[in-house]
Design a protein around this ligand. Sequence first.
Ligand SMILES: NC(=O)c1ccc[n+]([C@@H]2O[C@H](COP(=O)([O-])OP(=O)(O)OC[C@H]3O[C@@H](n4cnc5c(N)ncnc54)[C@H](OP(=O)(O)O)[C@@H]3O)[C@@H](O)[C@H]2O)c1
Length: 323
Amino acid sequence: MLAAYAASLSADDPLSALEVGERPEPQAQDGWVVLPVVAAGLNHHDLWSLKGVGLSTDRLPMILGCDAVAAHPELGEVVLLPVVSGTPGWADDITLDPRRSLLSELHQGTLAEKVTVPDGHWVPKPAHLSAVEGAVLSTAWLTAYRMLFRNAAVRPGDTVLVQGAGGGVATALIQLGSAAGLTVWVTARDETKRRRALDLGAAQVFGAGERLPARVDAVLESVGAATWSHSVNALRPGGTIVICGATSGDAPARAELTKIFFKQLRVVGSTMGTLDELASLARFVTTARLRPAIDSTFPLADARAALARMASGELVGKIGITP
Ligand SMILES: NC(=O)c1ccc[n+]([C@@H]2O[C@H](COP(=O)([O-])OP(=O)(O)OC[C@H]3O[C@@H](n4cnc5c(N)ncnc54)[C@H](OP(=O)(O)O)[C@@H]3O)[C@@H](O)[C@H]2O)c1
């Protein structure tokens, strides 16, 4: 079958590590099923994998991709949960399993014609969404849902700051947060992305690092080093930073420890979500009639162009892939 996979790893030139070509069809192990992929989506995770972050050479070749809508023979189109438990008998929150992984880390990913997943690791695709729109719920939207509604300790009427506007997680945070009655402020590095953030529901937009008119209740961080000091400064005393990523690096010039203890800030890490949260997300997207912002969609054969677009940082919303 056709697949986009990491054939090698390259920290400096991740696209040189990518191959798009034939791979063997997946075989289901006990308790897993093989499903045809209807649509997949890209995440920054796919670039990290090609760079060798979270993926080592002994696991190559590895099919990339965490997001997918797959065709289930009885249930129809389902959105896959890409989190896989690694501890036998683990019954707690799957994201807290120390041996958990995402599809494309230990098990082959979704950028292929077929994928194998643990039985039941899915929810029905919301009926009003296209397959690509449904696929992007798997990772970026699930992460944004948990950041906002479990970890940020905010409620309707509160003000949150989203660092970055165009990314998959950032656009999901803007759409979900504004639909839930939060006042969403957004920083972005260019004017086009600031305008798009307003279209997606942001109440106000700001340049990167710009001083805000007031302190916010929570900051949603996925950028890391480039925005860390701004995030700490943006919070009211007792506010919360929820961090899910560090696209610009994880070593900020200042850790801001003094401000963190003096303002009694909470810094909360957030990773993916559970099957229950994916089901809640799908219900919320349905009742609020949300449609995830899609930047562009590429056929699987053009996965290289799709990943190059993600690496360029020019995107607004998610990139879809159709096999
Ligand atoms: N913990 C988890 O479970 C989880 C889940 C999903 C993603 N993540 C992580 O979260 C991060 C975002 O993922 P994604 O898929 O949304 O990536 P993406 O679509 O490539 O988005 C990148 C985002 O980073 C911003 N950005 C990048 N470099 C920047 C810089 N130097 N200064 C300011 N902003 C910068 C961009 O802001 P502009 O709009 O201003 O360009 C954009 O919003 C990644 O690091 C990813 O690994 C973690």
